[in-house]
Design a protein around this ligand. Structure first.
Ligand SMILES: [Zn+2]
Length: 410
């Protein structure tokens, strides 16, 4: 699924480890070194086990159902806290012991797995669980009064498997797949995770300050216009780019900082074959001492070759963005005509794929970082457009119409 996932050539995990007798609670309290796991393959297996346990516990609650709303909410909260509680949840221990204490060589692999797990764990939020746990009050009350059925024990508040007839055949559910946008987003993320970046996300409903002012976008800039931006009130917008997360991350972590920011963005565009009022961006930000434009070119050239193929050439042109100085556009050599000129590249031989630049000192200052000490580069790209290029899709709307005939091709 990920580029680079199969790069490390690791020996198979010894299946006779005492590990197998330990439960999840015990494992997350040990470091990977203490668990004797030293290669990416063993770590992937371990995370797969955690994800399976998480999915299993969730499924158990849903199969069991709740007597009433109060019981349902209590069940949902208990499972959520077990996994996601900030202080003592399983993921908190896992972050502390597996991710933070991972060796530098293993950190990218562990980080990738951890991010995937965190994403899967969003299904354990109370609202999500409460939505999925059925109330079985009425149906069961009727069943219990029916003389032909055996009485059902009052369910205890702890999690336990439901009563079922083991001789019945299992449910066969059609297997789903990741949405093409998600697949492309993860490919992009994975390339940067391999370079030591971490994933950072932020709110889609954003303040005008973070969306515009902190990014050096002045009051008079056209992107602030009602015609372009979806305002909730005069101080709140649906974010028009993922850039506000750059400021939030600078304020949260300071420098040095290497992050990749995927997410949904919104603009007041009429839907057509290349525009959608909701779209997806990935931004990258690198801040450190002595970062220069050469670092930017090197990293983005590496990325373009990884994503579009080793033979890809890149070309940088000057441009303007309020939040970077100098600013540039990156074009890649056209994959279809190899630079000869064709319909896709509009006869130019090049296709523009992202904007980039050196972070403006004013933006660093808003993030609480001293521009005399640190410099940085940033880029932003449209995931939907990358997916269109990768899969040769000619209408962006196809991604968001939930038509199974389209989606099952990926
Ligand atoms: Zn071409």
């Amino acid at each position: 699924m990920f580029f680079g996932g199969g790069q490390e050539c690791a020996p198979l995990r010894n299946s006779a480890l005492p590990l197998d007798s330990m439960n999840i609670e015990e494992k997350v309290r040990k470091t990977l070194a203490e668990l004797g796991l030293g290669d990416a393959e063993a770590i992937a297996a371990l995370f797969a086990e955690v994800r399976a346990a998480m999915a299993g516990e969730r499924r158990e609650l849903i199969e069991r159902g709740a007597r009433d709303e109060a019981e349902r909410d209590a069940m949902a909260k208990a499972l959520r806290d077990r996994w996601l509680a900030r202080k003592n949840g399983l993921l908190a221990h896992l972050d502390e012991n597996w991710l933070k204490k991972a060796s530098p060589e293993l950190k990218p692999a562990v980080g990738r797995q951890f991010n995937e797990l965190r994403r899967a764990a969003s299904t354990l939020e109370v609202a999500e669980l409460a939505r999925d746990i059925p109330l079985r009050s009425r149906a069961e009350a009727r069943d219990e009064s029916a003389p032909s059925l055996p009485a059902v024990d009052e369910p205890r508040p702890s999690v336990r498997p439901p009563l079922k007839d083991l001789t019945l055949p299992g449910y066969r559910r059609p297997l789903g797949s990741l949405h093409p946008i998600t697949q492309v987003q993860r490919e992009i993320e994975d390339i940067f995770l391999g370079l030591g970046f971490r994933i950072e996300t932020g709110p889609e409903i954003e303040t005008v300050y973070y969306n515009f002012d902190a990014l050096n976008i002045p009051e008079s800039h056209p992107s602030r216009d009602d015609w372009d931006t979806l305002y909730i009130d005069s101080q709140t917008v649906l974010r028009t780019h993922t850039s506000p997360v750059q400021i939030r991350a600078m304020q949260k972590y300071g420098a040095p900082l290497y992050i990749i920011i995927p997410g949904k963005c919104y603009r007041r565009d009429n839907p057509d074959s290349t525009h959608s009022p909701m779209f997806h961006q990935v931004e990258g930000l690198a801040i450190d001492a002595d970062i220069t434009f050469a670092d930017l070119k090197g990293a983005l050239d590496f990325f373009a070759r990884k994503f579009f193929g080793q033979e890809t050439r890149t070309s940088f042109h000057p441009s303007f963005f309020p939040f970077t100085e100098p600013s540039g556009e990156v074009a890649i050599s056209c994959r279809f005509c190899r630079g000869e000129g064709c319909r896709v590249c509009k006869q130019s031989g090049w296709i523009e794929v992202m904007g980039c630049g050196m972070v403006h000192p004013e933006v660093l200052r808003h993030g609480g970082i001293d521009p005399e000490r640190y410099t940085g580069w940033a880029f932003g790209l449209g995931v939907d457009r990358y997916a269109m290029m990768k899969y040769d899709v000619n209408d962006i709307q196809l991604f968001f119409q939930s038509d199974i005939r389209f989606l099952e091709q990926f």
